[in-house]
Structures are given as structure tokens and as C-alpha cells.
Design a protein around this ligand. Structure first.
Ligand code: MN
Length: 329
């Protein structure tokens, strides 16, 4: 998925605050267009105005359920990433990923597509020909720690994630560990991500890692966290130091991680540490896009029907690294 805002705001994240933090903070989604001229609308809860990250999770888009019968659906042309992992998760439908390493992988509900951009990769995402009538899912980004932000790019598909079942419902662990189950997906900082699907009229109490901060993204109507209603598409930030949480019936993503101490620069599809790093990534993308050079930093995505996305212009002001919250520390 690409951030295709025409004039993307500069977003600087990271940095631990020593100030007291709230036990619960509702993060409402911004509605933004995704992907090219026939954009679908998505709800973006991270980065949020006041809270930019949850652990290393730095971006969260939730979309649908959208009726895409007889329509293009998701069509995101080739675009670059650096310094992050993209996490693609569906509740309904299918999305085809292609990348500059030559990977071509359909992702379906219950499966994880995880792309580690490292020093640079490009990819496209599309509803494939003959797609189903509904598209419903989430895309999240995880910031890589500074020491590993330049790792070689790689792609993982996990079609057999651990699922913890109980009379209350199911927990599928996408990243990290929860409720005694561990995902095989590669992580670079201590974090977790899981989908919970809880039966009607039931509630599920889950143990949490007290070193983590956590948040819950509600993906169905009528969801609740510790008895507090959370609307579909909204995220409830839960702070640090919690040993458990009680989730009501419905579906949600539970995210957590050790607070991300580094300040980062997040602009367009890049996560870096400085203006110059991001500007260089932009320049490298534009140069490779013009030449179609397969040996360039971002390679070439084969098989997508339309041209690669052009990078937006950099803002006039210098991009500066920012902390994980907007509040002063
Ligand atoms: Mn993308």
C-alpha cells in the first residue's frame, strides 16, 4: 500500500517521553484516499495527530468492507519503501502483491504478507482479475530500528499462522507472541500484533506484556475494550504497564510493542532518520523510475499494468525527526 496523498504532511516520530501517559486514549481515523486516480478511501489511525506510534507500529490503515464487484478494487501502482516493514492483513477478499525482488504473492484472510523494505524495495498491490465482490482489511507499517533500517529487503508470506482457540473465540498471532503462541514472522524490535475474533455475547481476557504499550483497532461494530465502546475503525491506545485486557465480541487488531525510543522522519513511503536520508531515497526512486533501471536501489516491479508512482515534491521546509507523541517530554 502506498501513501498517495498529493501533499503528504511531514511526520516525525519516535522518542520516549518521561511524562505520565494516559491509560486510555481514543484515536479517531482520518479518511484519506489510497492509490492512484481510482482511489479507494481508507481510515488512518496511525500516525495520529497526538500519537504517532504504538511500539514500532507507525502506520495503520483500515478499509472496507467495500463492494468492489465489477470494479477495479485496490489498484496501487509500483512505489518504493525504505526503513519499514509493511504488514498486509485481510478480513475479506484478496490482494496480489508484486515486488522488485520478483515475488508475486496473493494474500487472503488469515494469511500474512510481510515485506521488509530495509534499504529499499518497490512493490505494487492490486485486486487481481476475477476478484471477489468484497475487499476488507488493514495495512500497517512497522518502523525498523536505526541499526537495521538498511537491511537487505526481503518478503515473507505466512499462510499458517498460530491460532489460539477457546470458547470465547480465536486469536491469530501475526507478529510476535500472545497467549502462548508465537508468529514465525521476522521482527526487529519487541512487538506484537494479533487479530482477535470473539463470539457474540462473549468476552476474552488476554495477558499483556507489561513492558509494551498497546492499542486496539476495532474492525467490527459494537466492539469494546475493558467495557468501553470503540467504534469500527477507531483505535483505543492503552498505554504501558498493563498486565491484561478484556475484549468484547467482534473483531479487532491488538497491537503492542516497546515504546520506540528513536526519533524518525516519516515522509511519503519512506522512514528515515534525517531530511537528507529521505531526500536521497526520493532522488534514487525518481532516477530509477525515469531510467527503468532494474539494478537501481528500488529495482523494478514487473507485471503491473500501469506506470510506477511519481514521488511528490519535498516540502519547502527541512524534514525533521520527531518523537512518538506530539506531547512535550
Ligand atoms: Mn506500499
Amino acid at each position: 500500500m502506498s501513501n498517495v496523498e498529493q501533499d503528504p504532511a511531514e511526520l516525525r516520530c519516535g522518542g520516549v517521553s518521561t511524562a505520565a501517559e494516559p491509560e486510555a486514549e481514543l484515536l479517531e481515523p482520518r479518511v484519506v484516499p489510497l492509490g492512484g486516480p481510482r482511489a479507494m478511501m481508507v481510515g488512518r489511525t496511525l500516525p495520529n495527530r497526538d500519537r504517532r506510534m504504538v511500539g514500532a507500529w507507525c502506520f495503520a490503515d483500515f478499509y472496507g468492507p467495500a463492494d468492489i464487484a465489477g470494479q477495479p478494487g485496490m489498484q496501487v501502482p509500483p512505489h518504493p519503501h525504505t526503513g519499514l516493514q509493511t504488514v498486509s492483513w485481510l478480513l475479506d477478499g484478496e490482494v496480489l502483491h508484486r515486488d522488485s525482488l520478483g515475488n508475486e504473492q496473493l494474500v487472503r484472510p488469515g494469511e500474512l504478507n510481510l515485506m521488509t523494505a530495509g534499504r529499499g524495495i518497490s512493490h505494487s498491490e492490486e485486486s487481481p482479475a476475477g476478484h471477489g465482490p468484497v475487499l476488507h482489511g488493514a495495512q500497517l507499517w512497522v518502523a525498523l530500528p536505526g541499526a537495521q533500517r538498511d537491511v537487505a529487503p526481503h518478503f515473507e508470506h505466512h499462510g499458517d499462522l498460530p491460532v489460539v482457540s477457546s470458547p470465547e473465540g480465536e486469536v491469530t498471532v501475526l507478529m510476535g507472541e500472545l497467549a502462548g503462541a508465537a508468529s514465525p514472522a521476522r521482527t526487529y524490535t519487541p512487538l506484537m500484533g494479533a487479530e482477535v475474533s470473539i463470539s457474540a455475547g462473549r468476552a476474552l481476557r488476554l495477558p499483556l506484556e507489561t513492558d509494551f504499550e498497546h492499542a486496539v483497532l476495532a474492525m467490527s461494530d459494537g466492539f469494546s475494550v475493558d467495557g468501553r465502546p470503540v467504534g469500527v475503525g477507531e483505535m483505543l491506545y492503552l498505554g504501558r504497564g498493563r498486565a491484561q485486557v478484556e475484549l468484547g465480541s467482534g473483531r479487532a487488531l491488538l497491537l503492542g510493542g516497546v515504546p520506540f525510543e528513536e526519533q524518525i522522519v516519516m515522509w511519503w513511503n519512506f522512514v528515515g532518520r534525517s531530511h537528507d536520508e529521505v531526500a536521497q531515497a526520493r532522488e534514487d526512486w525518481e532516477r530509477g523510475r525515469a531510467s527503468g533501471a532494474p539494478d537501481g536501489r528500488f529495482g523494478v516491479v514487473h507485471g503491473y499494468a500501469e506506470p510506477a508512482l511519481a514521488a511528490p515534491a519535498l516540502p519547502n521546509a527541512e524534514l525533521r525527526a520527531r518523537g512518538r507523541t506530539r506531547k512535550p517530554s
